[in-house]
Design a protein around this ligand. Structure first.
Ligand SMILES: C[S@@+](CC[C@H](N)C(=O)[O-])C[C@H]1O[C@@H](n2cnc3c(N)ncnc32)[C@H](O)[C@@H]1O
Length: 328
């Protein structure tokens, strides 16, 4: 049912203010923390928080706390958002000076964020194969992944955020041609050595940003993202990008943490998100025209030392609809 008069007025009042319109435009590009929004707007945190509360009360944005960080994102699945979406979209295309400056500052925030993760992988590339095992029952996860993937071989397999190429090795018998993409040259150098050592000639490695891969659209039978999403600024968009690479009927396997409270993983290991709920992953899949087909949860590592045993791992397997991905 369309919103009534009072409700429409509330939505328009909430959006009808310069800072709040700027916030809506910024969030259109993906979820952001309050401190990132504060940097871009150049206003105090209490002031930005007040604007965000008004937008949130009007049902235009959603707030969620994860550990010490608070994230905001557009409530773009709602009728309330649909009411003002065309105006925000039109604004996004205009060259107003304030909005252009906001876009530039947002670009700087994205770069700074990516640099944190890049520096982490540059520093830890040589140790990554050991670090990955720290809190996780690696063997159990890999076994569960192969089980979910089922019988192979598939023709074209893509591993996004391949790091040291571990998934290309684990799935070696499952594909005819494999490609691993990663941003980090340091990680790829280790991956190259690992694949050579394993005499794995069916796999290639490419440097590339998973948010802007070209030439592979609609080519993959199977895409894998193993422990990648929690490093990314916009995991939902990453899922849509992965879906874009799949053939109709192709499958995407995501492996990541269940929601947890290990804040130190942010400071020490460059994590951005503290795990993901089934609801969140399912909503990204829906937006990408992916249908959840299977999944499992692996309980925290019973072999981990005291204080480390809190990370459950989720595996989500989904299939791309025959019509292709709807949203970019
Ligand atoms: C935690 S490692 C996981 C590596 C591998 N999947 C594994 O399980 O061993 C995450 C990897 O994602 C890569 N990465 C992060 N952002 C990326 C992006 N935008 N595009 C491609 N790779 C990215 C990092 O360089 C890093 O190698």
């Amino acid at each position: 049912m369309p919103p009534g008069l009072d409700h429409s007025l509330n939505i328009l009042k909430a959006a009808g203010e310069e800072s709040r319109l700027r916030l809506l435009l910024l969030l259109r590009a993906g979820e952001l923390t309050v401190s990132e929004l504060t940097q871009v707007l150049g206003q105090s945190q209490p002031r930005v928080s007040r604007h965000l509360k008004i937008l949130s009360d009007a049902g235009l944005v959603e707030r969620y706390r994860e550990g010490a960080w608070v994230f905001y994102r557009l409530a773009d699945h709602t009728q309330d958002w649909a009411t003002i979406a065309p105006m925000v979209e039109a604004l996004a295309a205009c060259d107003d000076r304030t909005l252009v400056r906001d876009a530039e500052r947002l670009g700087q925030v994205h770069i700074a964020r990516a640099q944190v993760a890049a520096a982490y992988f540059e520093d830890n590339a040589a140790e990554w194969d050991e670090l990955r095992k720290l809190h996780l029952p690696e063997e159990d996860i890999e076994k569960a992944m192969l089980q979910l993937a089922g019988d192979g071989p598939v023709e074209h397999f893509i591993d996004l955020g391949t790091g040291t190429g571990r998934m290309l090795e684990v799935f070696a018998d499952f594909y005819e041609h494999g490609v691993g993409y990663d941003l980090s040259r340091e990680m790829l150098a280790i991956a190259r050595a690992n694949l050579e050592k394993a005499s794995l000639s069916s796999a290639r490695l490419r440097q590339g940003d998973l948010f802007s891969l070209h030439g592979e659209e609609g080519q993959a039978d199977f895409v894998c993202m193993h422990l990648v999403l929690h490093f990314l600024g916009d995991p939902g968009r990453a899922v849509r990008e992965a879906a874009r690479l799949l053939k109709p009927g192709g499958r995407l396997l995501i492996v990541d943490f269940a929601p947890h409270e290990l804040e130190f993983l942010r400071e020490k290991h460059a994590h951005r998100r503290l795990g993901f709920s089934d609801e969140e992953v399912t909503s990204w899949m829906k937006q990408a025209d992916l249908r959840m087909t299977d999944g499992t949860t692996l309980a925290p590592n019973i072999r981990a030392k005291k204080g480390e045993d809190k990370l459950a791992v989720k595996l989500w397997l989904c299939t791309k609809g025959k019509s292709g991905a709807k949203k970019k």
